[in-house]
Design a protein around this ligand. Structure first.
Ligand code: ARG
Length: 568
């Protein structure tokens, strides 16, 4: 597609001593279309040219020639405002959508680069909580978007399946397994056992020792302990799978912490070799005080390794197995310090510089619930599969009230209910804490998933009404030069850019906001313009634009993990 920003950049570059890429990075999109499509802030040049921004702008304007791309240039308070050729833009966008169909906005910018997205990563025998839900949704979206931009993407679920707590679980299981059926709610059975055994450990030193012994036995491969431990894993994974199925999420690897349990000696050796390990009260640590990061424990005084050691082993393994350019950890911000420490210590692992640079913690904020039977105030643990099911049920009820004759009610309710929860997790900057409130999540008129789906369905029903999508050759683009149509065109044009910024910032909310803006612009267009018109030419142009909007809404939502209903 024509890259107007670059074209403008090149025109400016001919006249000033600056790198094209730097110039392009300064080019802005003005807040309203009256100020042009692109603007160059000339104060960026004031220092080098030793002139006022206004003077620079006037001079540049005199030097830059207009052509078929640029219709007009205006100087406004030190800015050069560029007005691009609207007909050309319209034609470019519609032709591109027509030709690329389901791959509109994709590109090959990531070709040859390997990106690991580590996400979800719940803990075995513990509940999959609402934070893991947000994590899963964010990670899955990033995974899809990287892939769409040509990256070789690897999705890893770094399961929390290792640690001394499993020694305790086994001890509890030995004692009380027959009291539980591990069927109806296996994770809550596990939690129950965990609480009981912890209480017993507090009372009785011998029990605690037996637990420690069990954990050692897992490490040594004792058949009974390994069997019980695997049982916990299996039943937890089965529970987690229900959630992944509802969300439509898949992973390329389930190598979790346990996978690295025999790969940690090399980490210790390397740290030793580099003189980074220190003894501290029997434990082995890396001292990061001078960097303001405290100390990172590598081995506890009893010789056992910890969470951080396994993360280091994982970095070593992943650098060799995947030769990654980026390794993204989608993990709550509470673990900021952990990742700062681990990335710092990773400097001693002799991994390629590019891998070291590619380590990145994608931190996200907490989720809080306000209403409904899932209220955290009631002290109940939020069960994510029940929360998802509740969303589907609520939508089904709404459909039953508003549109009882709808076809495939159940299927559509699922797409809407799940889409609503996914969107709610992605609609604001991910580092921000998030409130979960059913009234917002399922508001069909708010800035929500269902709203986007609703607008999509509207574009579809326009096409259904006229019977078919007009041929692009019958579309007279001159009939799409009104304000509302042009707003849509410029948003559609920007789709690929938005995807590029999502991976640049690891911020899928940019795409979520984009889809809201596109939906709102289409609603405006729909309200301002008669689409089904006596004038066939006008109708063709508007129906075609509706089709293009639907296309991009569907692709964009799909990249976030949201499916589109056929009816609503
Ligand atoms: N299992 C951890 C938790 O639920 C998250 C794991 C994050 N990933 C990592 N490589 N440390 O809190």
């Amino acid at each position: 597609m024509i890259d107007f920003k670059k074209i403008i950049g090149e025109k400016i570059a001919k006249n000033v001593q600056l790198d094209l890429s730097e110039i392009v990075s300064y080019i802005e999109i003005p807040p309203n279309p009256e100020m042009g499509d692109y603007a160059f802030p000339c104060f960026k040049l004031a220092k080098i040219l030793k002139k006022s921004p206004q003077m620079i702008a006037e001079e540049l304007k005199g030097k830059i020639e207009l052509d078929e791309n640029i219709e007009e240039i205006k100087v406004v308070s030190g800015y050069l405002n560029f007005y691009i050729n609207k007909l050309l833009l319209t034609k470019t966008v519609l032709t591109e959508i027509e030709n690329s169909k389901d791959t509109y906005g994709s590109n090959k910018s990531g070709n040859g680069k390997n990106v690991i997205v580590e996400y979800s990563s719940p803990n075995i025998a513990k509940p999959f909580h609402i934070g893991h839900l947000r994590n899963t949704v964010i990670g899955a979206a990033l995974y899809k978007i990287y892939k769409y931009l040509g990256y070789n993407t690897i999705g890893i679920n770094h399961l929390g399946d290792y640690g001394t707590q499993f020694g305790k679980m086994i001890e509890g299981y030995k004692r009380w397994a027959q009291e539980y059926d591990f069927k109806k709610d296996p994770i809550s059975d596990c939690m129950d056992i965990y609480v009981r055994i912890n209480n017993l450990c507090k009372e009785d030193e011998n029990v605690l020792n037996a637990c420690r012994e069990n954990f050692k036995k897992i490490e040594e491969g004792d058949p009974y302990c390994v069997e019980v431990w695997n049982k916990f894993k299996d039943l937890s994974l089965k529970e987690f799978q229900k959630i992944y199925d509802l969300l439509g999420v898949k992973f390329d690897s389930l190598n979790g912490e346990a996978f690295y349990s025999d790969k940690m000696d090399e980490v210790v050796d390397k740290l030793e070799k580099h003189g980074a390990l220190k003894d501290s009260e029997g434990a082995k640590i890396v001292d990061l005080e001078d960097k303001g990061l405290g100390v990172c424990i590598i081995k506890k005084s009893n010789g056992s390794t910890i969470y951080a050691t396994r993360d280091l082993a994982a970095i070593l393994y992943r650098s060799r197995t995947y030769d990654f350019d980026k390794c993204l950890y989608v993990v709550a911000y509470e673990q900021n310090l952990h990742f700062k420490q681990v990335f710092e210590v990773a400097k001693y692992l002799d991994i390629p510089e590019k891998c070291l640079k590619g380590l990145q913690h994608v931190a996200y904020g907490m989720v809080r619930l306000t209403t409904g039977r899932m209220s955290t105030r009631e002290g109940t643990v939020v069960k994510v599969d029940e929360l998802l099911q509740e969303s589907i049920d609520r939508v089904e009820k709404i459909i039953e009230e508003k549109n009882p004759d709808m076809q495939n009610k159940k299927e559509e309710a699922k797409k809407i209910g799940i889409g609503a929860v996914i969107f709610n997790n992605l609609c604001s900057t991910i580092i921000k804490d998030q409130v979960f409130d059913w009234n917002t999540v399922l508001n069909f008129n708010g800035e929500t998933g269902p709203y986007i789906q609703y607008v999509y369905v509207r574009t579809k029903s326009v096409i259904e009404k006229v019977g078919n999508i007009p041929d692009i050759n019958d579309v007279n683009i001159e009939l799409l030069q009104d304000k509302e149509s042009q707003k849509i065109i410029s948003i559609l044009y920007n789709f690929e850019n938005i995807l590029m910024s999502v991976v640049e910032k690891n911020e899928p909310s940019l795409l979520a906001r984009y889809l809201i803006e596109l939906s709102q612009s289409y609603s405006n267009f729909y309200n301002e313009n008669k689409i089904i018109d006596k004038d066939r030419k006008i109708q063709d142009a508007r129906v075609y634009l509706s089709w293009a909007v639907g296309k991009v809404l569907k692709i964009g939502s799909g990249l976030l993990g949201i499916e589109m209903p056929d009816k609503m």
